[in-house]
Design a binder for this molecule. Structure first.
Ligand code: SF4
Length: 507
């Protein structure tokens, strides 16, 4: 079964993306930059794996005691003067936000980046009651103008290059803007300033919520979240229920892991911790502050042995930048709010038993690069395999693929068959190898070879090369002095004995 979302199947959307040269170049360029940035920042920091483990332990502990830490957070946030709301579903969360907007007779809402807001399609809902929602994160602003959804958790407009962005902004400016990043960012900065000053409500997401103080913490680079949280009189924060960490001490670990993993920065330009609305002695800040804690399918993961660790995610986007599939097709091909490896697992997990998402786990090479990149070590590759198994068990598997896998297992599980298949492959490929690779687009190779080249099988197998090398060593021994030869022969003999110990059929 290949169920369709509104915009087609994963395969159809991936095909569209692969045929979009612009998109592929833009996504490749930025993900490479982010990946290298992360690599350098984590190497420079040192002991990266130890810090990853610390991050993982903090997240595991918090999620295992989520009820306790949520209660503590709510108690402290209320004591700080925050109105805290719980929303079981996306619809509940939207209803709460709209009620606040109506009561405040809001005309405009300025928003800093929030993936939960995207998940709830809140902008449409606000428009529905006549409230203009204005995205103020540069990437979000661009995709709002384009009428699109984010294609990356951290860099929402990753699929666009500066020429496309210049075209979009030129329409707003009413004149042709130069495709220069300083010019374009300068134009948006000036435009948004008016919006910040006029807005009735500021709306944010939440990177972390600190249970011990009832504070919510935002990481950003543009300063727009600071504007959103200081200028409008009313503030609404949307927060996934898993965003909690116990204390500011734990924030130190998260502040080490998040910026480095997300953008390769030691620290983002701004980190704001907001603890309640404006107090009389404060120079600025909202008079009224609401926090909406959103479940919307998250609690389904609690106690689920396969998926609970999903709640550990800190939305850094590193798994997207590392994923060879995401780097080819970008985010929209995944079809949901969250894309890349985390999206391929999170979307079906949040929408349990919705057949529409059965295919999404196929958008992975199962190489494990996502796990290696993840700062809190979420085993996404295991989850993807589980989702694929679940799809087959539900009877939604591809019969041809199933037969192919059975054949593959029969060959790989038997040394004789493996050697015979290898020989046949070496002979058969002579018909199709060109310039060191297999480029034919016939049959099952069509999809794969349309966008890459399949490497050909080497002339000699590992065993053949090894036997030749062994022979050469033995020949060489004959020319050595008797003493050295005796020692070398002993070493070769020992190696031979060790080799009898039951190999794994590496061929
Ligand atoms: S799964 Fe890991 S790497 Fe991916 S967004 Fe979440 S925390 Fe980052």
């Amino acid at each position: 079964m290949s169920a369709k979302t509104a915009a087609g199947t994963v395969k159809e959307r991936a095909e569209l993306a692969l045929n979009d040269e612009f998109l592929r170049k833009a996504v490749k360029f930025t993900t490479e930059r982010l990946r290298n940035g992360k690599k350098n920042a984590s190497a420079e920091h040192g002991n990266w794996d130890e810090w990853r483990e610390r991050g993982r332990q903090i997240r595991l502990h918090t999620i295992a005691h989520l009820d306790y830490y949520l209660n503590l957070f709510v108690e402290n946030a209320r004591a700080n003067g925050v109105h805290v709301h719980f929303a079981d579903t996306g619809a509940d969360a939207v209803k709460i936000a709209l009620e606040v907007a109506r009561r405040k007779q809001a005309k405009t809402v300025v928003k800093s980046k929030s993936m939960v807001s995207e998940e709830l399609h809140l902008n449409h809902a606000l428009e529905g009651i006549g409230v203009e929602a204005i995205e103020t994160d540069l990437g979000e602003y661009i995709i709002q103008l384009a009428g699109e959804t984010p294609s990356h958790i951290v860099i929402p407009a990753i699929h666009k290059n500066r020429y496309q962005i210049a075209d979009l902004l030129s329409e707003v400016a009413g004149e042709k803007l130069e495709a220069d990043t300083t010019v374009l960012a300068g134009f948006v900065r000036k435009k948004l300033r008016e919006n910040f000053l006029e807005a009735d409500i500021g709306m944010t997401g939440c990177n972390f919520a600190i249970a011990e103080t009832g504070s919510m913490v935002l990481f950003e680079n543009e300063g727009n979240a600071r504007m959103v949280t200081t200028l409008p009189k009313t503030q609404i924060t949307l927060m996934g229920m898993e965003r909690i960490i116990p204390s500011f001490r734990d924030l130190e670990v998260m502040a080490t892991l998040l910026p480095r993993s997300a953008t390769g920065q030691r620290m983002t330009m701004y980190m704001s911790a907001i603890t309640g609305p404006r107090r009389t002695e404060d120079a600025d800040g909202p008079d009224e502050m609401h926090i909406i804690i959103v479940d919307n399918g998250r609690s389904l993961q609690l106690g689920d042995p396969e998926f609970q660790e999903l709640l550990n995610c800190i939305r850094c986007g590193a798994c997207l930048n590392a994923c060879p599939v995401y780097r080819h097709i970008g985010g929209h091909a995944y079809g949901g709010t969250y894309s890349g490896p985390i999206g391929a697992v999170l979307t079906p997990a949040l929408n349990k038993n919705v057949a529409e998402w059965d295919d999404i786990a196929n958008a992975s090479s199962l190489c494990g690069a996502c796990y290696e990149a993840c700062p809190v070590k979420i085993p996404l590759h295991d989850m993807l395999i589980y989702l694929r198994r679940r799809k087959v068990e539900k009877g939604h598997g591809n019969k041809l693929e199933g037969a192919g896998m059975k054949g593959f297992a029969a060959v790989m599980g038997n040394a004789k068959r493996f050697r015979a298949a290898l020989k046949m492959g070496q002979l058969g490929q002579k018909l199709v190898v060109r310039d060191g690779g297999i480029r034919t687009k016939l049959g099952p190779l069509k999809g794969w070879n349309s966008y890459r080249v399949t490497p050909s099988l080497p002339k000699h197998t590992f065993r053949q090369s090894f036997a030749t090398l062994d022979q050469e060593i033995r020949e060489g021994l004959k020319e050595m002095s008797p003493d050295i030869r005796a020692r070398m022969e002993a070493a070769v003999k020992n190696r031979g004995n060790a080799g009898q110990g039951g190999g794994h059929g590496h061929g």
